[in-house]
Write a protein that binds this ligand. Structure first.
Ligand SMILES: Cc1cc2nc3c(=O)[nH]c(=O)nc-3n(C[C@H](O)[C@H](O)[C@H](O)COP(=O)(O)O)c2cc1C
Length: 164
């Protein structure tokens, strides 16, 4: 029986993950690295002790080298009010940090304000995963919002908790 790729994508779209923006920095071992980032909801927790997470990035991602060669990446879990950030970080790289303010912690990876949670991760491994790479990161720093509601992505569209 031939594999139905469209049905596969459709099945995966029935999971409703939150939406993280995942930034890194080019040449993060040297001063003056350039911030880059992608919207990537192929993200999950892996381990509590040690604290590990993973994110999957398409092999064609323009800024992939910043993640596979950089020492750190960040995870910014978007609030439902931040859909514009998801769209921006899914678009052309040159626009992503043009007018976007951000903080930095120890690594220099952009930490976006107003998110539900922010994680700074040390990249520990890079695995091949078909047409994606799997970045494994050890969480070193955590920021948490006191309130907010998650931006979700369900059946190829943005959604919010409680939407029909
Ligand atoms: C809701 C949403 C989720 C996405 N999830 C992923 C993902 O998990 N992995 C990925 O590689 N790209 C994902 N993308 C697409 C990337 O954000 C987009 O291709 C990005 O611009 C690639 O960066 P580049 O401009 O450096 O190539 C997602 C886009 C959206 C809108």
């Amino acid at each position: 029986m031939s594999f139905d790729s469209k049905k596969f994508r459709n099945a995966l779209s029935r999971l409703a993950p939150g939406v993280p923006v995942v930034p890194g920095v080019t040449d993060d071992a040297a001063p003056g690295g350039i911030p880059v980032g992608v919207t990537a909801n192929a993200f999950t927790s892996v381990s509590l002790e040690p604290p590990l997470v993973l994110v999957c990035l398409d092999n064609d991602t323009g800024c992939l080298g910043a993640f596979t060669e950089g020492t750190h990446f960040a995870i910014n879990i978007l609030d439902e009010s931040q859909r514009n950030l998801s769209d921006m970080f899914a678009g052309p790289q040159e626009h992503k940090f043009k007018d976007q303010s951000f903080d930095t912690w120890d690594s220099g990876c952009p930490i976006l304000p107003g998110c539900l949670a922010n994680l700074e991760c040390r990249r520990t491994e890079v695995y091949e995963g078909g047409d994606h790479v799997i970045l494994l990161g050890r969480v070193e720093l955590i920021g948490l919002a006191d309130q907010g509601r998650p931006l979700l992505y369900y059946r190829s569209a943005y959604a919010r908790l409680g939407d029909d």
